[in-house]
Ligand binder design. Structure first.
Ligand code: HEM
Length: 507
């Protein structure tokens, strides 16, 4: 049989290359050179060791060894989709941002995520959910990096690393332990509202499509006269809201812990494209003083401030490569465009630094040049070099200003002005009102939602250290007496002690 076979076919069988013959494109190494044999390492004879000179083997292993980049320190598990935003209203009285010019459409990439656990953790875990949108606008990229909850646990960026450490597993055992977060948050009564959301069924959404997104912070919209308005953004789902109750969530966990990614990907594949309306609430700067809480505090919503629709987003294309798009996308609250500016919210101010900083480490110095992050407009400045630089330098003028070739500044991109007075300080905000909105939220739930919340949260509090447990319960009692009493019962705590602690709390 061997003797009768043509030499080339014989070679294909012995090297194992036969299966590849259907693919006409040659297999190459990274230098573009064709590969002779990808099935067997080069060895010293039939019984000898593998040779270091087998460049194909060495390169393949080297590249494989380096496939991972650091995962996000939070929001590691995510799923993304491409789409389009259409501005539907004229809000030129509020902002000069091109993304909001009525009738214009802007490409977007959205990444949804869980928060606390790692890249391959179950999507059934109780968590806030990230809802981050990159708008590739005609004025550069704007990222609205939000969550499904409209409020946050803390109000000052200096507490964020502590908060995240307390939510992550114990560093000694890598085991989850909710009592760690209650130990920390018992020092932070401002977390009462967002904790109520977290342990409600909103902490376990049924689908990323059936979830709102919230900018959480106030941002500033600036018009062409330099006038400032404070706004909150919300993506309102047009699919209807849907969450899993504890039983449904437990059943899902046993069946499919990637249900959120799967639902989004398969809907888009089927042509069932999810849509959201973009809503804003607007306040004039002079309105900020009129509230009995600080409206720039990220632990608060703005009740009774009317909401209006300004646009709509549709997600209509799945990524072609999860790593290159969903993983390497670098969303940052500091990616702002003329007409949209940060407010003085102390949490947002810290975020302006933290995302770009972590991305220099996670994606690299030139990460913003990657296709998923690159703006759809020209980037034109003197920033240069650095690891993995792959841009084309076409000008020798890498400074500004210059008489040879100037890069003009854009007057409409100048920041708005803010009047300031007083001294520097390190002090809490003045109008805290830590409990009122948490009580209103509890009372807005249906009877079943209240019972699910009380059982879930009370059940976790039951395992918390005695003192932290009673302090936490006093927060919930202060928000709403019935809420606090029911939780105290489930957590097997002392109601009189809870009431005494609550009596000492300032609203
Ligand atoms: C991701 C820090 C508060 C929403 C991240 C990342 C960091 C971070 C370091 C990883 C970014 C990356 O590797 O690309 C912080 C700090 C905060 C804060 C320091 C407070 C001071 C918030 C708040 C929200 C939020 C209030 C919601 C409004 C998100 C989302 C992501 C994220 C959605 C994932 C973005 C993506 O999908 O790529 N955060 N965060 N974070 N954060 Fe925050």
């Amino acid at each position: 049989f061997r003797a009768a076979m043509p030499n080339r076919l014989m070679l294909a069988i012995t090297t194992g290359a036969l299966a590849l013959s259907v693919n006409a494109a040659p297999l190459t190494r990274d230098n573009g050179a064709p590969v002779g044999n990808n099935q067997n390492s080069q060895t010293a004879g039939p019984n000898g060791p593998t040779l270091l000179q087998d460049v194909q083997l060495i390169q393949k292993l080297q590249r494989f060894d380096r496939e991972r980049i650091p995962e996000r320190v939070v929001h590691a598990r995510g799923t993304g989709a491409h789409g389009e935003f259409t501005a539907t209203e004229d809000i030129s009285d509020l902002t000069l941002a091109k993304v909001f010019e009525k009738g214009s459409t802007t490409p977007v990439f959205v990444r949804f995520s869980t928060v606390v656990h790692g890249l391959h953790s179950p999507e059934t875990l109780r968590d806030p959910r990230g809802f981050a949108t990159k708008f590739y606008t005609a004025d550069g990229n704007w990222d609205l990096v939000g969550n499904n909850f409209p409020t946050f646990f803390i109000r000052d960026a200096i507490k964020f690393p502590d908060m995240v450490h307390s939510f992550k597993p114990d560093p000694r055992s890598n085991l989850d332990d909710d009592s760690r977060r209650f130990d920390f948050l018992s020092h932070h009564p401002e977390s009462t509202r967002t904790l109520t959301l977290l342990y409600s069924n909103q902490g376990t959404p049924a689908s990323y499509r059936m979830m709102d997104g919230n900018g959480v912070h106030a941002y500033k919209l600036v018009n062409d006269e330099g006038q400032v308005h404070y706004v909150k953004f919300r993506w309102k789902t047009l699919q209807g809201l849907k969450n899993l109750d504890p039983k449904e969530n437990e059943a899902m966990q046993g069946k499919d812990y990637s249900h959120l990614s799967r639902d989004l990907i398969t809907s888009i594949e089927k042509g069932d494209y999810p849509k959201w309306d973009l809503m804003i609430q607007v306040l004039k700067p002079e309105d900020l003083a009129k509230f009995d809480f600080d409206p720039l505090d990220a632990t608060k919503i703005w009740p009774d401030v009317p909401e209006r629709k300004i646009g709509q987003m549709v997600l209509n294309k799945n990524p072609q490569n999860i790593f290159q798009e969903t993983e390497q996308v670098a969303m940052a609250p500091a990616n702002l465009v003329p007409g949209i500016e940060p407010s003085e919210d102390r949490l947002l101010q810290g975020r302006l630094f933290a995302y770009a900083d972590t991305q220099l480490h996670r994606v690299g110095t030139n990460g913003l040049s990657l296709p998923i992050n690159r703006p759809k407009v020209d980037v034109n400045n003197g920033n240069q070099d650095g690891a993995m630089n792959f841009g084309q330098t076409t000008s020798g003028v890498n400074y500004q200003p210059s008489r040879r070739e100037n890069r003009e500044e854009t007057p409409r991109a100048v920041y708005s002005k803010l009047e300031l007075s007083g001294t520097t300080q390190q002090a809490p905000i003045q109008r805290q009102q830590n409990f009122k909105q948490a009580g209103e939220l509890y009372r807005s739930f249906t009877a079943k939602e209240k019972t699910d919340l009380v059982n879930t949260l009370g059940g976790e509090l039951a395992h918390t250290d005695d003192e932290a447990k009673h302090i936490m319960l006093s927060f919930f009692y202060k928000a709403d007496a019935e809420y606090g009493e029911r939780l105290t019962k489930v957590a097997k705590a002392d109601l009189k002690r809870v009431q005494a602690l609550a009596a000492d709390l300032e609203d």
